[in-house]
Design a binder for this molecule. Structure first.
Ligand SMILES: [Zn+2]
Length: 80
């Protein structure tokens, strides 16, 4: 009897990235300088550090960005 339970493993995206590099699109504009990115192939998430370099988006960074978004939106709201 054959095993038919083998699920297709979603490695295609990751393999693509290994060979061709990540394909990031912007998922959120935090500020003019901070953005969040996601790779459309492997779902890897990145953000910017204070120097503008792309770094991995950790839950910690996500929380910081969340704070920044709230802060900037409130400030913008007060100004306009
Ligand atoms: Zn990728």
């Amino acid at each position: 009897m054959k095993e038919s339970k083998t699920k297709p493993i979603p490695v295609v995206g990751k393999m693509w990235c290994v060979f061709f590099g990540h394909r990031f699109y912007t998922t959120r504009n935090v500020t003019n300088h901070f953005k969040e990115y996601k790779c459309s192939h492997c779902q890897l998430e990145l953000t910017n550090d204070e120097k503008g370099h792309k770094i991995f988006l950790t839950p910690e960074h996500k929380a910081i960005n969340e704070t920044l978004v709230n802060f900037y939106q409130r400030r913008h709201h007060l100004v306009s």
